[in-house]
Ligand binder design. Sequence first.
Ligand code: ATP
Ligand code: MG
Length: 406
Amino acid sequence: MQYDRIILRYGDLTVKGKNRSRFERRMQEQVKQSLQGFERITYFKSFGRLYVLLNDHSYAPVMDRLKDLFGIVTLSPAVSTGHNLEEIRAAALTLMQTLPEQPSTFKVSAKRAWKEFPHNSQELNHLVGSHVLRAMPSLRVDVRKPGVELRVDVQEEAVYVYHEVIEAAGGFPYGSNGKAMLLLSGGIDSPVAGWMALRKGLELEAVHFHSYPFTSDKAKEKVIELAKRLSYFSGEPLKLHLVPFTEFQTTLAQNGNDNLIITIMRRAMLRITERLAGRNGAGGIVTGESLGQVASQTLASMNVIGRAAELPLIKPLIMMDKQEIIRVAERIGTFETSILPYEDCCTLFLPKSPSTNPNLRIVEMLESQLINYEELLQAAVEGTEELMLTPDSQTAVQSAGEDSWF
Ligand code: ATP
Ligand code: MG
């Protein structure tokens, strides 16, 4: 079938009033931004829907792009006709005859939104159905479980004929719910947390802590790959902050208290991230933590770590099992990258038995005894490098400083 448009529905947004029109506007901008590469595409808006007019582009690659965008509930590739019955019947028949797989049963589901059309839905079901049956005698009608549901949607401006209603990613359009910093490691969890935050409409900037030269260029490339993938879903460039964490970690490692190193390190990460958030207008911090997964993710650890931050800590994976997280990672295409075996800055300095039940007072005391604590934090903030990434950014970024990470 030569579809001429794709119908985008976002009618299920549960938001009302002013918020709703803001969401709709945002979604439309995002669709346009994401389809920029398709030069001939144009748009038509009507209540609760957006039509992407293909103007001779093939629909499959456009659908592929749209089904990953947040804020769209369902998608239907469709063909439009005038209000003339013969034209509608012809379009319906062509659609049925050109299906990639011929069903044995079908039904027509007509809907007359434009009441001036001379036939009501029932009549239209019959008028279109009988025409198809005459031309395709091996087909049968099955109103309960049809092989294909042929939809005829009569609107004021045109009639739309289609059969698929494809579930899209749902959620809220990018950036319609504020901005947060995503703590992005190279692991499986944090990219999934990032994707879930994006789906909720959060604009994200990613923050990655590295310990060059203890962590390699490969580890950096891996995080860049993951950030690029996230920017595919947002449809916008994603800023990645690369924070030099070597000084802080080596200083900490020299100070003993092995079992509290991770706790203190995580608190420092939050503090540094909070400063970056302040500079970039972000109002929350997203992490990939999942309850009980490792020593730093017990309730007691999260309590002591979380107290270092004032911003809300958003933990989309907190109640998910690893297997569930992995399934999402596979679906969104981050898993393969995440399992590449490069060292993370935290595993490098991982003590033999990190505390699962740190004591807040002791942790605070140890922090106050670290002579350069504040200077080290500030130096990490100041030394942070920024990359703007899009799905097809060239990774090899050259930076000036000799001792820089690149
Ligand atoms: P992940 O698979 O995301 O690495 P994880 O199960 O390995 O998670 P941890 O290593 O304990 O868990 O990290 C918990 C969270 O802390 C991560 O999900 C991430 O949000 C953040 N984090 C850990 N390491 C880093 C890092 N080097 N840079 C930025 N954030 C990090
Ligand atoms: Mg990790």
